[in-house]
Design a protein around this ligand. Structure first.
Ligand code: HPA
Ligand SMILES: [Zn+2]
Length: 364
């Protein structure tokens, strides 16, 4: 059991393997900070910092089994997706009422805005909250109120993606979609997260079709090194025809699937902290971002579940990615541009954000 240490361990392994350059220079770090950025793969519940967990528990009259923030953070020990998910789902139980969801979303948006994220599409896992008796109106209502406030006060624009928790039943996912559709104006899409083992994407065929019929976009997690990973990537690409893929790093093991993704112009939301290295079927670890860029794929970078990953938000994730994936400045800029192209927004809005990026690059 290594948890965060395991992530540190995998990063260190990359370093020892000679895969990374020395620590990024401060000028580049400053450039990264100033870049107008977007983020597409961030789970709001994964931004629930230990400090906020204590505050919400107090507000909701709950006792947490940790003496303090340090003890709670020390308990974030995981070594794979299921062991991470157990901690992540347990942690979100403090989210009970509309203001809790407001505080969660506003805190993430404020943090992102402070690092010059100008646009974010954020995941949330309503099934986990409905299970505890929270209403969809409180979940979506709190987040939406925070999105509006953050846009007007901080200038960060955002949209919301409802994730189906894929290891819960198909019926539960459909009931959740039905409960969310009255709020569809506050959603931009649906996604698929949680444990992929035994929960292939086709389990959600009808859910995706219904979401699309209601004007929503569709994306799906294809976490790295999962059982049947290439089969599942093929299904989402060629059968379910998702609009985007979250993670998806194993695609580099199939030239055929890479060609299909390029032909379809698919954008990938990669989170180097969690899914940055292929190991299971490789003799040597493969750096996902490097391999995907070398294959000509459209990679964007996100922070995933920063509260459980050393509280590293997008600036830190990008700085680390430069080092571990040997990114040139041109590649960094290209990925930032992909980030705006990938937005589920009208073309004119994307063009305006790309113009902001171009102006910054010119002036920096
Ligand atoms: O990266 C992830 N993968 C699958 N499920 C998740 N739930 C939160 N983060 C993740
Ligand atoms: Zn994720």
């Amino acid at each position: 059991m290594k948890g965060l240490a395991a992530l540190g361990g995998s990063l260190a392994l990359g370093r020892h393997a000679g895969a990374v350059a020395p620590v990024t220079d401060p000028t580049l770090a400053k450039f990264i900070h100033g870049l107008p950025k977007s983020e597409y793969h961030v789970h709001l519940e994964g931004t629930l910092e230990a400090e906020m967990k204590f505050a919400l528990a107090k507000r909701n009259g709950m006792n947490l089994p940790f003496a303090d923030v340090a003890a709670m953070k020390a308990s974030y020990q995981y070594h794979d997706l299921p062991s991470f998910l157990a901690i992540y789902y347990d942690g979100m139980k403090v989210l009970q009422k509309e203001p809790d969801f407001y505080d969660l979303a506003y805190a993430y948006l404020a943090k992102a805005a402070s690092q010059n994220v100008i646009y974010a599409e954020m995941f949330f896992d309503p099934q986990e909250h409905l299970k505890r008796g929270v209403t969809m109106a409180d979940v979506i209502g709190g987040i939406t109120r925070a999105r509006r406030d953050a846009e007007s006060k901080l200038g960060i624009r955002s949209q919301l993606i409802l994730c189906f928790v894929r290891d819960l039943s198909a019926e539960s996912a459909m009931a959740t979609l039905d409960a969310a559709l009255p709020f569809k104006a506050d959603l931009v899409g649906v996604g698929l997260d949680s444990d992929e083992a035994g929960n292939p994407p086709e389990k959600f065929r009808e859910h995706f079709a219904k979401a699309r019929a209601n004007g929503l976009k569709v994306t799906a997690h294809c976490d790295v090194d999962q059982t049947d990973t290439l089969k599942n990537i093929r299904t989402v690409l060629t059968d379910l025809k998702v609009d985007r893929i979250d993670h998806g790093g194993n695609i580099v093991q199939s030239t055929e699937l890479v060609a299909i993704a390029k032909e379809r112009g698919i954008y990938f939301t990669v989170c180097p902290t969690f899914s940055g290295t292929l190991r299971r079927t490789e003799k040597m670890p493969v750096d996902v971002v490097r391999a995907m860029l070398d294959a000509g794929l459209k990679v964007t970078i996100s922070s995933d579940d920063p509260a459980y990953m050393g509280s590293e938000y997008i600036d830190g994730v990008l700085i680390r990615a430069v080092d571990r994936s040997r990114l040139s400045k041109a590649e960094l800029i290209a990925m930032t541009r992909y980030g705006f192209e990938a937005a589920w927004l009208p073309e004119a809005d994307k063009a305006a954000m790309i113009a902001r990026l171009d102006a910054y690059v010119k002036s920096a």
